[in-house]
Design a protein around this ligand. Structure first.
Ligand code: GTP
Ligand code: MG
Length: 549
């Protein structure tokens, strides 16, 4: 089955172009299969994952829990289809039952916590704790369960790992293996959304909470935030056909003067509910005056930073578009990962919002570059729109968001460049891009005249009058261009360098690009920073690695 295939995780596949070159590339994939048999449409994956999450529970347990006995104890409620453990603030288990009924059976059997000096909010969720009482039902083992990592390896370890690879293409594959969200991490993301849905359902029983952004678009890195969308279309989007004559009943509903005001009040009460009643949800902030109102909080058991939005269907469609582009060819995801990782190391991007380029903008820049190759690697959005069938038609708040959802309808392009060539080309492309005059536009796949005076203009693919990078200031753009020039230079150097061998070869290729500048100051202080030459940085990194070995 699909999930059996996924559980093997190391999926070998071959793109059309690599067939030509008779080169196998081993990519580590979760949902975003490229053109291979296992490919699934975005909506189908979402539905499958959500249904899986509804049959799952999250259990805090002792780090030495005996896994076998633990699972046997739970299986009195029904067959267990899948389970894994991980460490966050303590040890947790995600347990997926084969049938939904098991959840009801479990709810019947779970006890309320016994507290002495405190009181509890009697909200029964699927976040549970396992306790061993007296003569323990679940005796502890010596070693405890094997935990699945939910965070990336440290940068120094990544650089060491990449330095041992034999080509830049292999380095990119290795980077993806180490950094991208895993099968287990994806399951946990959907489970947290499902737990949140149970809270929001207190007000809106027919609601849904769906992940979007990098959790599902194929470009997610372990540890990235969890963007969630409170979907009320099950209630407000579907209206029964109005008869031409005769009697008709309709709901009486509270009215407000704008869609935005409705979204704000819904998020306000749901945010309040998450804050007061949501187990494991801490640091809840309501950011209701943002362009896209949201509730931000930390979900402690999963260690996810969560952004809950509502009425945000365009972002969902954008996630689907990015997912589709990522599936067209393995090199798309590879290049996006490499560029995003490089940008983070050099503080081109940041987890704090500000005047810097966002990961989303950067991804669109990579896509645009791939459309602009002499032989384009991916088609334009207008082309994807022209391939759409009637079922793909989508208009959201007056914006045409239509594009084909079936990968097999898209003709592969003839580009045969290696990831090394593409990465080098990316740095060259943006080293000389006419940012002052031109706007980046993936709909047309061609630069357009800038419609307004801003340092960086990237047209929003669906809300075409908006600029997704309007926050970026001139200094940040200049820095990006300078770093691209340096990146291009560094890659050319590494092509002429003899690669180090042995136990700890010197960083080269992509690894050298990921070596941080010595003493990189934080975002605040970085304006006046003078970069030392790359060779110096590599030398100092080598010293620090030597000390560690
Ligand atoms: P990381 O969280 O940084 O890994 O990437 P991300 O793609 O999830 O970005 P982010 O969390 O900032 O935003 C989540 C999603 O919201 C993106 O994937 C986009 O679909 C959408 N989004 C973010 N910023 C913008 C923007 O400026 N304009 C539009 N239209 N959509 C945006
Ligand atoms: Mg995100």
């Amino acid at each position: 089955t699909y999930f059996d295939q996924l559980s093997r995780l190391n999926v070998l596949f071959i793109t059309q172009y690599q067939v030509k070159e008779l080169r196998w590339v081993n990519y580590f994939l979760t949902d975003a299969q490229t053109r291979s048999e296992g490919w699934k449409a975005f909506d189908a994956i979402q539905l499958e994952r959500q249904e899986q999450a509804e049959r799952s529970v999250l259990i805090s347990c002792h780090s030495k829990t005996n896994e076998k006995k633990f699972l046997k104890y739970l299986s009195i409620h029904g067959d267990i289809k899948n389970s894994f453990f991980y460490e966050s603030y303590g040890t947790y288990a995600v347990v997926e039952f084969a049938n939904q009924e098991s959840i009801a059976s479990l709810h019947e059997a779970v006890n309320l916590p016994v507290v002495s000096n405190e009181s509890v909010v009697p909200f029964k969720s699927r976040l549970l704790s396992l306790r061993s009482l007296g003569a323990a039902v679940v005796p502890n083992s010596q070693t405890g369960p094997k935990c699945k990592p939910q965070a990336t390896i440290p940068l120094t370890e990544l650089i060491q790992r990449l330095s041992k690879e034999e080509s830049i293409d292999h380095q990119v594959t290795s980077l993806m293996k180490a950094y991208q969200v895993t099968e287990e991490n994806t399951r946990l993301r959907f489970l947290v959304c499902s737990l949140l849905k149970d809270i929001a359902a207190a007000y809106f029983p027919e609601c849904n909470v769906r992940p979007f952004g990098s959790s599902v678009n194929g470009f997610g890195k372990l540890g990235c935030d969890l963007d969630m969308f409170l979907d009320l279309d099950g209630i407000s989007g579907r209206n029964v056909a109005m008869p031409k004559a005769g009697l008709v009943l309709e709901y009486q509903m509270k009215r407000s003067n704008s869609e935005r005001a409705v979204t704000q009040s819904i998020l306000s009460v749901v945010g309040e509910c998450v804050d007061r009643f949501g187990p494991g949800c801490v640091g809840v902030q309501k950011i209701l005056n943002a362009r896209c109102p949201l509730v931000r909080f930390s979900h402690q058991p999963s260690n996810f930073q969560c952004d809950l939005t509502a009425n945000n269907r365009v972002a969902m469609k954008t996630s689907e578009l990015l997912y589709l582009y990522g599936c067209l060819d393995g090199r798309v995801r590879g290049l996006v990962f490499a560029v995003r990782c490089w940008a983070r190391v050099h503080s081109v991007t940041s987890s704090i919002p500000g005047a810097w380029i966002s990961n989303f903008s950067l991804t669109v820049m990579v896509l645009f570059y791939l459309q602009r190759r002499a032989t384009p690697l991916i088609p334009t959005l207008d082309h994807l729109r022209s391939l759409a069938g009637p079922a793909d038609k989508s208009v959201i708040e007056g914006n045409d968001c239509t594009f084909v959802s079936d990968l097999s309808k898209i003709q592969p392009q003839d580009n045969t460049e290696t990831l090394e060539q593409l990465l080098c080309g990316f740095f060259h492309f943006y080293s000389t891009f006419p940012f002052a005059r031109k706007s980046i536009n993936i709909r047309k796949g061609k630069e357009q005249t800038k419609p307004e005076v801003v340092p960086l203009h990237i047209q929003n693919p669906f809300e075409v009058s908006l600029n997704v990078s309007k926050n970026v200031n001139a200094a940040q753009l200049e820095r990006f261009v300078a770093l691209c020039q340096e990146g291009a230079w560094q890659l050319e150097q590494s092509a002429t360098l003899t690669r180090g061998t042995g136990h700890a070869p010197s960083p080269w290729g992509l690894a050298a690009l990921l070596v941080p500048a010595a003493g990189t100051p934080g975002i605040k202080g970085r304006k006046k920073r003078k970069r030392e030459p790359a060779s110096e940085r590599i030398k100092s990194l080598l010293e620090s690695l030597k000390n560690k070995i």
